[in-house]
Ligand binder design. Structure first.
Ligand code: BES
Ligand code: ZN
Length: 719
């Protein structure tokens, strides 16, 4: 049984693909779909298709939802927490400076699984008013504090004393179990607030657009490490108990509640200064500091990369990256204190394979990108989450490619995110990247491979369409204009439009607001020295064309290269209609023409037989780049099952694929693929072939990114 787009998968499945990490999947799998994708890519044992129908069938009905009232908003949270790592409870004191914009005798805040003991309001320069009632709306995760008289317009301090449980649900403020080096079981207290779980640690305005500063203090056992978003200002004995200390952290910049974090536990660390003066630490389980060195190297390279790329400095004095024993997601970008699943941060220098190092580099690159894109400029509402995650899922590759060019990481992107997104988005029950989100329970639903992998793929296409220089200009003005504020998807399109002079909003909404993608059908004709291409678009559906339905159109950036220079785009056009004719000047009859060099466009291509045949020499002599051969091969396999005349298709594909990969392997693939009708099996076969291709390409030159698992189960099936 596979559930949601690869994010929630059956334990039997994940256990099989995850030999490195026995604890990983013995827990509920919440948010680690990218971790799973990674695992899937590093295995070819997956012979099941994922559809969204079983997902939508079981989806709860949309609940009514209203955002918090705006008559009272926070300016600063003074928050003190005292966790008890034996009873698994915590005590909290909140002193929030708030602004009342409209006189009211009640304050509505988010609050879940917390008991409020006392609450009062102190208007600036006036008498304290005790709250007379706390009305919990549990379904809505809110509490209404009632006051006997109206709180007048102006500033005041809201004081709340509360208690909560250090839960075992890996959300909110929770306990994480670990064994210390001598094997004793211990617990750390950890937070995971995204998307809407800060309200489980303290009463707050838990919406991304309600930003405030935070002054955090933690009262903890004196032998424990205590971390939060900012640097420590003071660590002093706690007067009421000499086994405890009070750790006070510096004031944060204005920020959203979902990015607040604290960790209390036993950790070692390695430290370095990045060239731009930021103190970087990687915290590891005690005795494993050496395993943090690789992530430290990545972080120290990554921070200056983003600073240069965005032309905006990292705004905090420090950043900590910490490996947490029990962690639901792969990693979380809390500002200044990034939390990771252990396998996404730690590298054993003696035993880890290069694919693990690549994964750590990507995850660190992803979370550090959020420090700007997400943390400094935050989405206005969860509807724009796809942009947050899609952008970080694209730029993590740009960053890793810059820091570790030897990884050839873009080939991994094509073979992982891009092809996966195409496969999923071709299903009838896919969904648009951008979906309206209301109730918190819906937020979790949209963290799926469409947000991440299609999101990253369309940003990659956009970057290619705009060009790096204008893209950077647009990013810089977006980050500058909205820093310490919130923005919507359209705000980014506006900035990129200004920087490039291109119709970005129009182009992008065709990709984000409608599900699916087109197949580009291409025919060619030689006219003297010119090559005339007839190109048309129609929706690509894995289940075949849907007769009688309106055919959607996309605004498709199409680029074209020729055998004269296979690595270089000769012509770019924007296909904004169902079909068009393009003239490419000065292409001699013996040259081949290829669409989509670099495999950056989010579409499939169906060439005429003659065009496909003409590409064969480029495939054979390897002048077509690996990502281009990968894209070609992937398109052909996805088209295979749709062809009525299987024999003709078999011959055609055999010739091209035979040249791309080892011929005897392809023979087996085709014999097997053509003997079955299941799309799932065919698409799994093409995954295997793509990886085999990459493996052949890279085998001699360097350590293999995919060496652990490619191919073997497949041979077992076909032989
Ligand atoms: N912000 C997310 C983590 C997250 C998502 C937390 C949804 C809570 C709800 C983080 O930036 C992320 O995307 N993490 C990925 C790993 C990453 C390398 C793609 C994850 O956890 O799978
Ligand atoms: Zn992310």
């Amino acid at each position: 049984m596979l559930l949601v787009l690869g994010r929630r998968v059956s334990l039997s499945f994940v256990k099989r693909v995850n030999p490195q990490d026995p604890v990983l999947f013995s827990k509920p799998i919440l948010l680690n779909f990218r971790t799973n994708i990674f695992r899937v890519i590093h295995s070819s044992t997956v012979f099941a298709s994922v559809t969204r129908s079983n997902y939508t069938d079981t989806m709860p009905e949309r609940r009514p939802f209203v955002r918090l009232p705006t008559d009272v908003y926070p300016v600063n949270y003074g928050l003190s927490l005292k966790p008890d790592l034996i009873d698994f409870t915590f005590e909290g004191k909140l002193e929030a400076i708030v602004e009342v914009t409209l006189a009211t005798n009640q304050i509505v805040m988010n609050c879940a699984d917390i008991d409020i003991i006392t609450a009062s309001f102190v208007p600036e320069g006036a008498e304290e008013i005790n709250a007379t009632g706390f009305n919990y709306q549990n379904e809505d995760e809110k509490v209404t504090l009632s006051f006997p008289s109206a709180l007048q317009k102006g500033s005041g301090t809201l004081k709340i004393d509360f208690v909560g449980e250090l839960n075992d649900k890996m959300k909110g403020f929770y306990r994480s179990k670990y064994a210390n080096p001598s094997g004793e079981i211990r617990y750390a207290a950890v937070t995971q607030f995204e998307a809407t779980d800060a309200r489980r640690a303290f009463p707050c305005w838990d919406e991304p657009a309600i930003k405030a500063t935070f002054d955090i203090s933690l009262i903890v056992p004196k032998d424990r490490v205590a971390l939060s978003n900012m640097n420590v200002l003071d660590r002093k004995p706690y007067p009421e108990d000499d086994s405890l200390v009070e750790v006070k952290f510096a004031t944060t910049p204005i920020m959203s509640t979902y990015l607040v974090a604290f960790v209390i536990g036993e950790y070692d660390f390695v430290e370095a200064q990045s060239s731009d003066g930021v103190t970087v630490r990687v915290y590891t389980p005690t005795g494993k500091a050496e395993q943090g060195k690789f992530a430290l190297e990545v972080a120290v390279k990554t921070l200056p990369f983003y600073k240069d790329y965005f032309s905006v400095p990292y705004p905090l004095p420090k950043i900590d990256l910490i490996a947490i024993a029990d962690f639901a997601a792969g990693a979380m970008e809390n500002w200044g204190l990034v939390t990771y699943r252990e396998t996404a941060l730690l590298i054993d220098p003696r035993n880890s394979c290069s694919s693990s190092r690549q994964w750590v580099a990507l995850v660190v690159g992803h979370e550090l990108a959020h420090q700007w894109f997400g943390n400094l400029v935050t989405m206005e509402w969860w509807t724009h989450l796809w942009l947050n995650e899609g952008f970080a899922s694209w730029i993590e590759y740009l960053c890793v490619d810059h820091c570790f060019p030897e990884y050839d990481i873009w080939t991994q992107f094509v073979s992982a995110d891009y092809t996966r997104a195409l496969d999923l988005d071709a299903l009838d029950n896919s969904h648009p990247i951008e979906v309206n989100v209301g109730h918190p329970s819906e937020v979790d639903e949209i963290f799926d491979a469409i947000s991440y992998s299609k999101g990253a793929s369309v940003i990659r296409m956009l970057h290619n369409y705009i060009g790096d220089e204008d893209f950077r200009k647009g990013m810089h003005s977006y980050l500058l204009k909205f820093q310490h504020k919130n923005a919507a998807t359209e705000d980014l399109w506006d900035c990129l439009e200004q920087a490039s002079g291109k119709p970005i909003a129009q182009v992008m909404s065709s990709w984000t607001k409608q599900m699916g993608f087109p197949i580009i059908v291409v025919n060619q004709e030689q006219q003297g020295d010119d090559r005339i291409l007839k190109i048309s678009q129609k929706k690509f559906c894995a289940s075949g064309p849907h007769e009688g339905e309106d055919c959607p159109n996309w605004m498709v950036p199409v680029s074209i290269c020729t055998s004269e220079d296979p690595g270089c785009t000769k012509l770019k056009v924007l296909l904004d209609s169902p079909e068009t004719t393009i003239t490419i000047n000065n292409v001699s009859p013996d040259q081949w023409v290829k669409i989509n060099p670099g495999t950056v466009g989010f579409y499939r291509i169906q060439y005429s037989s003659a065009m496909l045949e003409s590409l064969l020499p480029g495939v054979r002599d390897l002048t077509l780049l690996p990502v281009d051969r990968l894209g070609l091969q992937n398109d052909l396999f996805s088209l295979l099952h749709k062809q009525a005349d299987m024999q003709e298709e078999k011959n055609r594909i055999e010739r091209v694929l035979g040249a791309i990969s080892a011929p005897d392997l392809i023979q087996k693939v085709l014999t097997f693929a053509l003997s079955v009708t299941s799309l799932a099996v065919i698409s799994d076969l093409h995954n295997v072939c793509c990886h085999e291709d990459v493996k052949d390409e890279t085998n001699a030159a360097r350590e293999l990114p995919l060496h652990c698992s490619v191919g073997l189960p497949f041979y077992a099936v076909v032989s």
